[in-house]
Design a protein around this ligand. Structure first.
Ligand code: FES
Ligand SMILES: [Fe+2]
Length: 439
């Protein structure tokens, strides 16, 4: 292990390799929560997750539990903590609080913006330092909250760039692309989501999202089975199989095809993987979607919107968005070796139902408990974490593929090949910057 690693974790990251402690060391993990997850904008949820006044969802930001809720005046993000004796106020995942949050322990009650509403037998505080107007006796709001096109983010520290600036052109594209595909320019979240606990480090998951080399290896068997089913379907019915099979059959694409894609590394670790799926077949559903968008925006803009073929946008460190497939995965690190991911999907407001069904097919084919796609990925994540944890065989992880070859222009790195490990290097460059701050 390099000298003084905990004092300066930046030493763990070199331009083309990183030390295994980044993934397995508990102290490093605690520093990540403080220096990355409490210092950057973290995705909380979508405005439509809480459509009615009193609706709430709980979630995780770093080591904190937070509440996303809707009051009369809009959406709030609050710490899930009662200022009386510290009890977690909302103990379930979601619900409707009515007009107030009421602590189950001693019934201190709060308005939906977190301000204190009422305390039982308040006279007991007469003559004490208690002051109902003092914010420390109200539920604390997140230090900062921002909303971009309905996607709610919070930051648990003051200062730094605002949400728009922090997202930048690279990450904003994720939300623009998904919303623009709606004839109303808005999406609506579908409740509920798949939740998965992985017994591996959060970065292993993120790295995999933009890893264009692994699909035709890890998912080859799934791709072959889907391609076979396409033939059987056609033989039996005489019709073209549903597009869902194609989503999986794409996993058999040759290396050359994956290498022909591009990835783009943006500031703050945000990274984009260009699309490879043909999502504009001439089927009646796609045609009716085109018609709806043409009616809303005109033919030229419709073509521009549907030609945006982005496969993944990684909003570092918390989110992986697939705009054309209307889904996102939110990353909630729980320990160095334990990561929760929430996988949500969306409807495009005003788009034909068939477009939603297409995204639902992908959502199930890739994420459901019965798919082999996720299972095969998880097996690799576990294997990586176990190998790194033991680590007698070596201390470093390699990101040498095309290292030093990807051109940079105006702060954006474009990979020379689709399989370049540029996305991982870009994320670790951001990791190093966050983790070195103040040291
Ligand atoms: S801990 Fe919440 S009212 Fe006492
Ligand atoms: Fe995968």
């Amino acid at each position: 292990m390099p000298d003084g690693i905990l004092g300066n974790p930046g030493n763990l990251v070199e331009p083309d390799q990183v030390h295994k402690a980044c993934y397995t060391d508990d102290d490093i993990f605690e520093q990540e929560l403080d220096k990355i997850f409490h210092k950057s904008w973290i995705y909380i949820g979508h405005e439509t997750q809480v459509p009615k006044v009193g609706d709430y969802w709980t979630t995780w930001v770093g080591r904190e539990r937070m509440i996303l809720c809707r009051g009369e005046d809009g959406v709030h993000v609050l710490y899930n903590r009662c200022p009386h004796r510290g009890a977690m106020l909302c103990q379930g995942l979601n619900g409707n609080a009515g007009k107030t949050f009421r602590c189950p322990y001693h019934a201190w009650t709060y308005n939906l913006d977190g301000s204190l509403f009422r305390i039982p037998v308040e006279e007991g505080y007469d003559g004490t330092a208690f002051d109902a107007k003092d914010p420390r006796f109200s539920m604390k709001p997140a230090e900062q909250m921002g909303i971009y096109r309905g996607f709610v983010f919070a930051k648990l520290s003051e200062g730094g760039p605002d949400l728009d600036t922090w997202l930048g052109r690279g990450a904003r594209a994720a939300f623009d692309d998904i919303c623009n595909r709606s004839p109303e320019g808005e999406v609506e979240i579908v409740q509920n989501c798949f939740r998965m606990t992985q017994h591996s480090n959060w970065k292993i998951f993120l790295e995999n999202q933009l890893d264009a080399l692994h699909p035709s290896i890890t998912h080859h068997s799934t791709g072959e089975a889907a391609a076979e089913m396409q033939k059987v379907y056609k033989q039996r019915t005489g019709e073209d199989p549903p597009i869902g099979y194609q989503f999986l059959a794409d996993f058999t694409l040759p290396y050359e095809k994956w290498d022909s894609l591009s990835t783009y590394g943006h500031p703050y670790g945000h990274t984009v993987l260009g699309g490879y799926m043909g999502l504009r077949p001439r089927d009646p559903i796609t045609v009716s979607h085109e018609e709806a968008l043409t009616k809303a925006y005109g033919a030229e803009r419709m073509d521009e919107i549907l030609s945006t073929n982005v496969h993944h946008v990684l909003v570092y460190p918390c989110l992986s968005v697939q705009p054309p497939l209307q889904q996102l995965r939110a990353v909630r690190p729980l320990a160095a070796d334990k990561t929760l991911t929430e996988i949500w999907h969306f409807r495009l407001k005003g788009a034909p139902e068939g477009i939603y069904e297409r995204s639902l097919a992908y959502y199930y084919h890739v994420n459901s408990p019965s798919t082999m796609v996720n299972a095969d990925d998880l097996q690799n994540f576990n294997a990586c974490h176990e190998g790194l944890r033991l680590g007698g065989g070596g201390d470093w992880v390699s990101f040498h593929r095309n290292a030093g070859q990807d051109p940079v222009e105006n702060g954006v790195t474009t990979s020379v090949t689709g399989m370049s490990e540029q996305p991982m290097r870009n994320m670790f460059a951001a990791w190093k910057e966050y983790m070195s701050a103040g040291s």
